[in-house]
Design a protein around this ligand. Structure first.
Ligand code: 6PG
Length: 255
């Protein structure tokens, strides 16, 4: 695994930088393999990234017919209800871009949670078979994975002290985090660790202490699930701003 830490002046700059990365990665992947697979997350942090990406000046640079969207996790609420990560992305991004419906591989949260997890894992299998059969892999090797981190070190819906997952791609999780409903469906570290590129967008003062803990002080993968994400043949890039990085002792790769 390769790790990079990019520090930007503020949230706006970091979000725009991630948009530029998305556009360039999409172009490279589509040129090389004909498609671009991107995983989105929920939470407040990616909202500005979605909005910026959907703006015509950015959106017109992407061949949307070759882009496939997945989600790192979602809450077990209907997809038209607040709290749905799919709904958040739809309103801020998907509704504004010409992406074919069959390229949206969403977690079917209108189903019972266990069924939604099973269905999502089948979708991942189907995608892998259709688009990367030559690699004989049952799981997608995602090109771009956007993740966030909670103040407790969780990422996607992989929460502190949850069991380590080595052989399944999707599982359900029950969590009591802030005011967000508890039942969720999440990708596991097993499938995330097959990704080519993971981008953590972690912004603001409230994340400064936990960022220091996970990047400098601890290697406890049970307590801080973000540390489980170490793609075998991929890169993890931390996209921080001056606030979230303020307690880091060093500032590598300052932009
Ligand atoms: C979710 C996420 C979750 C999120 C973190 C950070 O659906 O809530 O996928 O893992 O990324 O909780 O959330 P914030 O961006 O709101 O801090």
């Amino acid at each position: 695994m390769q790790q990079k830490i990019n520090i930007y002046a503020d949230a706006e700059e970091a979000s725009q930088a991630l948009v530029d990365i998305f556009i360039n990665s999409a172009e490279t992947s589509i040129t090389n393999q004909g498609y671009f697979s991107a995983v989105l997350s929920g939470g407040g942090t990616p909202q500005r990234f979605f909005e910026l990406l959907s703006q015509p000046a950015n959106a017109q640079k992407v061949s949307w017919e070759n882009v496939h969207f997945f989600w790192a996790d979602d809450r077990c609420v209907p997809p038209n209800q607040d709290g749905s990560n799919y709904k958040q992305a739809r309103l801020a991004l998907l509704d504004h871009i010409p992406i074919p419906a069959q390229n949206i591989w969403r977690i079917k949260t209108e189903l019972a949670c266990e069924q939604a997890a099973e269905n999502y894992s089948e979708q991942l299998f189907d995608f892998a078979q259709k688009y990367q059969s030559e690699q004989a892999s049952n799981w997608p090797n995602f090109d771009f994975v956007l993740l966030g981190m909670g103040n407790d070190g969780h990422t996607a819906s992989i929460f502190p002290n949850s069991p380590l997952c080595h052989n399944i791609s999707v599982r359900i999780a029950s969590a009591d985090y802030e005011d967000r409903p508890s039942m969720r469906v999440t990708l596991t570290e097993a499938v995330l660790n097959y990704a080519h590129n993971i981008y953590y967008l972690i912004l603001g003062d409230s994340k400064s202490s936990i960022i220091r803990t996970v990047l400098v002080e601890s290697d406890d993968i049970l307590l801080y699930p973000l540390l489980r994400i170490r793609p075998v043949n991929g890169t993890v890039t931390y996209m921080l701003d001056s606030s979230s990085s303020s307690l880091l002792p060093i500032r590598p790769n300052c932009i």
